[in-house]
Design a protein around this ligand. Structure first.
Ligand SMILES: *Cc1c(COP(=O)(O)O)cnc(C)c1O
Length: 428
């Protein structure tokens, strides 16, 4: 590279961007030779996005109802987010955690306020969901000075892929290749209050905490039954254990409130001890965080006990502040609630017998199918220009941007209405 070529006033053609135009097929071939095969072959190679749409390298447009898995809350290339990130990067892009920045501090304050956290609460900023849960796990280990080896989590729960978060994640296929994982985690049947009571009835004082998603995302958009979290709060409090809510997917406005636990019917009015966030927080920029409620929980991880180079990065914090700011300025929480209700009603009203149930909250929605054909149906949707996710063999999940309109969503309703009512059985 010629010296000076990185300067902002250099012409665009001087940017050291990856070379080449190519078709989806050409890029896919290059992918298979360069990118580790942990995700399987990419469904498409995407080059551009705008609002709820993305374009692939062949120039085809798709309605993106997955939003990067509940991440792109403002859609693609939102001008306010783009401007905020560019301005921050052009002002101060990164400092280590030997230093602080105004955006980092302001984001921590905003998260505390949105969560309704009491005085003395504090935030630890991360770059992803798994890191937020990793911090939560370490915090639980510090609870009672490590004298509480038990950690409770739920079957079907997903908390991330790093070793600590994986130890909290139930799915055997994710866990088995990496054992031994950090110990002490016990999985309870999903939403089973009696099982929860039994877990505390014996050795309850050795439980450091219970880690749950108020609304399980990966397991197929499953809400905890009414009353479960309230009972969990009573039991954890009675035994001195902490209640950790993983809102990585359900938080930051996804369900029409800032956090799912703030819905009376989902949260039952609970005040948690710890909330983790990521996905939608930065509107597409990688950023996450852990919110510790109250001074006792907030001081469990003390100086030197945890750290990160990138966490709290000024650009990531600016992205999160801009995303939160647009959600507030444009009244998007109310829009998410109203659009989500209408969309679920319209999907249910298709009357297609292949649709067994439509469920969810806000814009985290599952279409439950009457046959295990979700993978094929999602592939057909993609061919028809719509991105959805088969998160279980029978479940289509959508998590579209909050800026989606009824008209933009209509092709998906039409697609569901037109699904062949008697599907061919999925071949294993
Ligand atoms: C996606 C997800 C995570 C992991 O987040 P990453 O950013 O992928 O590490 C953790 N918990 C829940 C509930 C999630 O949906």
């Amino acid at each position: 590279m010629t010296p000076g070529r990185h300067r902002a006033d250099a012409p665009d053609d001087a940017l050291p961007l990856p070379a080449g135009a190519g078709s989806v097929a050409e890029w896919t071939d290059r992918y298979t030779h360069a990118v580790m095969d942990t995700f399987g072959p990419p469904q498409r190679v995407l080059v551009r996005g705008e609002g709820p749409y993305v374009w692939d390298a062949d120039g085809r447009r798709y309605l993106d109802l997955l939003g990067g898995i509940a991440v792109n809350s403002l859609g693609h290339a939102h001008p306010t987010l783009t401007a905020a990130v560019s301005a921050q990067l052009g002002t101060l892009g990164h400092v280590s955690n030997f230093f602080a920045s105004p955006t980092q501090i302001a984001l921590a304050e905003r998260l505390l306020a949105l969560a309704g956290a009491p005085g003395g609460s504090r935030v630890f900023l991360t770059n992803s969901g798994t890191e937020a849960n990793e911090a939560a796990f370490k915090l639980l280990r510090r609870h009672s000075d490590g004298a509480r080896p038990r950690v409770l989590a739920l079957e079907g729960g997903f908390h991330g892929r790093s070793m600590g978060a994986l130890a909290l994640t139930h799915k055997p296929a994710y866990r088995a290749p990496f054992e031994p994982l950090p110990g002490g985690v016990e999985f309870l049947p999903f939403g089973d209050t009696e099982a929860l009571e039994a877990a505390f009835a014996e050795g309850g004082d050795q439980v450091a905490g219970l880690v749950v998603e108020p609304l399980q995302g990966e397991a197929g958009v499953r809400a905890l039954p009414p009353g479960y979290l309230a009972r969990a709060r009573e039991l954890t409090r009675a035994h001195g254990a902490l209640l950790v809510l993983d809102e990585v997917q359900s938080g930051m406005g996804r369900t029409g409130r800032w956090f799912a636990y703030q819905h009376p019917h989902l949260g039952g009015g609970v005040v948690p001890d710890v909330v983790t966030v990521a996905k939608g927080l930065g509107g597409g920029f990688p950023v996450g965080g852990l919110i510790a409620f109250g001074p006792d929980v907030a001081s469990l991880l003390s100086r030197g006990q945890h750290g990160t180079t990138f966490g709290g990065n000024p650009v990531a914090a600016a992205a999160a502040l801009a995303t939160i700011g647009v959600i507030e300025r444009d009244g998007l929480l109310a829009h998410v609630t109203a659009l989500g209700e209408r969309l679920r009603a319209r999907l249910a009203a298709t009357g297609n017998p292949l649709v067994r149930e439509v469920r969810g909250e806000g814009l985290l929605i599952a279409v439950e199918l009457a046959a295990p054909v979700a993978v094929r149906v999602a592939a057909d949707a993609l061919d028809a220009g719509i991105v959805v996710n088969p998160c279980t063999p029978t479940t289509l999940r959508i998590a579209p941007p909050y800026v989606l309109t009824d008209e933009q969503a209509q092709p998906f309703v039409d697609f569901v209405a037109a699904l062949p009512p008697e599907p061919v059985e999925e071949t294993p």
